[in-house]
Design a protein around this ligand. Structure first.
Ligand code: CA2
Length: 139
């Protein structure tokens, strides 16, 4: 399947700090992991990362009619962004939400996800493997 993988703000900083929460590997390693997993599962993936909410809304809108599904780690926008939720609802593409950490066992403000309201599945707390599980959903 043709899938769009979106990573949100600060995920490009992976591996630089907070290794106990997000792991020791950097963002380039995450991208390699996603590309390799997608190839093994026979998916055609496009990877996109942005620190800007509006850019994420734009890329979701542009996915309409082009991709079969979206995998998204909205990062901090998970907990704040009605705009990203609305964009996902507008395009209506099957969306799997991924988080490296277990957002439910962290600070209270991370427990709520707007994006979950538009997602067919949410995977959290599995580190990089969560992205592979998301790719497997589309098999
Ligand atoms: O667990 C996840 O994947 C998160 O989406 C990651 C976000 C966080 O705001 C969400 O609550 C859960 C943070 C993205 C990366 O933040 C970094 C912080 C320090 C060092 C490197 C990255």
């Amino acid at each position: 399947m043709k899938l769009l993988v979106i990573n949100g703000p600060n995920l490009n900083m992976l591996g630089i700090r907070e290794p106990t929460v997000y792991g020791k590997q950097d963002f380039a390693a995450l991208q390699d992991y996603i590309r390799t997993s997608a190839a093994e599962l026979g998916h055609d993936v496009t990877l996109f990362q942005s620190n800007h909410e509006g850019e994420i809304v734009d890329i979701i809108q542009a996915a309409y009619g082009v991709y079969d599904g979206i995998i998204i780690n909205p990062a901090a926008y998970t907990h704040t962004s009605v705009a990203i939720l609305d964009a996902l609802k507008a395009v209506g593409l099957p969306t799997v939400e991924v988080h490296l950490s277990d957002i439910h066992s962290r600070e209270e403000f991370r427990h709520h996800s707007y994006v979950s309201m538009a997602a067919v599945k949410t995977i959290c707390g599995l580190g990089f493997e969560g992205y592979r599980k998301a790719l497997e959903y589309f098999e």
